[in-house]
Ligand binder design. Structure first.
Ligand code: DHB
Ligand code: FE
Length: 280
């Protein structure tokens, strides 16, 4: 059967993608950002997943205010990188495991998670930056990717608790799939950041690190955090972090933290990253 073996949490700062694309990852500003991902690249090479379930948010690229799915599951054969204003990023097309994606759709919907099925979708930096950070600049992505887009842009986003429970339902779906597959799940976005108005530039390292600690030690309690705490402590875009609960909910109750990286800032954002392995 298919199994979820590990989870990866990762910020998706667009400037990090630009640094990779422009070959400036070794300059003084970006060196410490990328140094913390060296171990992650080794780890994912060893882990060698067949499929990544990549939970991310779209930034008014595939969706705008005319359509706002809370949870959208990518079921197309492939997903092209979108043009976000400077042309599409020069990264490979993202290829799906379409049979597993369809199975996820069936299992999740019959399990009473009414997700939106996307048979056509472009993907923005929310999805491509975490892939670039983990895999660099390959000719083709080394694994298949199932995108799950979560609305955190238009009020109201889903609660952390709903996200955590969706993670549990994703695990159940994966474990009821016949093919032997090594699946790794990504929760992306965050950490603390606010991009507009009076608190633009807000970053809260203490709060971010406590979030990372509790992700391992107290995932159920952490998932109960109300939206207003994300907004107050982590800034208006800090609410992206509800997506990490989907990743965490898909893992064992007790996990091993195999790597953590935290750096402030890249662009306007605190960069946070964690790798959690299931014990079983
Ligand atoms: C920035 C961060 C984001 O998460 C995003 O989606 C856009 C911009 C930033 O730090 O500039
Ligand atoms: Fe974002």
């Amino acid at each position: 059967m298919a199994r979820i073996t590990a989870g990866v949490g990762c910020s998706h700062v667009p400037a990090i993608g630009v640094a990779i694309d422009q070959g400036i990852t070794d300059d003084d500003y970006y060196r410490p950002v990328f140094a913390g991902f060296e171990k992650s690249r080794e780890w994912i090479k060893q882990a060698n997943p067949d499929v990544i379930i990549l939970v991310y948010n779209d930034h008014c690229t595939a969706f705008d205010s005319s359509v706002i799915p809370t949870f959208a599951l990518g079921c197309a054969a492939e997903f092209q990188p979108a043009d976000e204003g400077w042309g599409p990023r020069p990264v490979p097309v993202v290829k799906n495991h379409q049979i597993l994606a369809s199975h996820l759709a069936q299992s999740l919907i019959l399990d009473e998670f009414d997700i939106t099925i996307m048979n056509e979708m472009e993907v923005d930096h929310g999805l491509t930056v975490p892939l670039s950070v983990m895999f660099g600049q390959p000719e083709a992505w080394p694994t298949l990717v199932i995108p799950i887009a979560v609305n955190v842009v238009m009020y109201p986003p889903p609660t952390g608790n709903r996200c955590y429970n969706l993670g549990k339902a994703i695990r159940k779906a994966v474990e009821s799939f016949d093919e032997d597959l090594n699946v790794v799940i990504f929760g992306t976005g965050g950490m603390s950041h606010q991009l507009q108005y009076k608190r633009a530039g807000l970053i809260n390292p203490e709060w971010d690190n406590a979030f990372l600690d509790r992700l391992t030690s107290d995932p159920v309690g952490l998932a109960q955090m109300p939206h207003v705490e994300y907004l107050r402590e982590a800034g208006s875009e800090g609410v992206e972090m509800v997506m990490w609960h989907i990743m965490r909910g898909a893992l064992d109750d007790h996990v091993t933290e195999v790597h953590r990286h935290y750096h402030v800032p890249a662009s306007n954002t605190a960069v946070g990253h964690i790798i959690l392995e299931n014990l079983t």
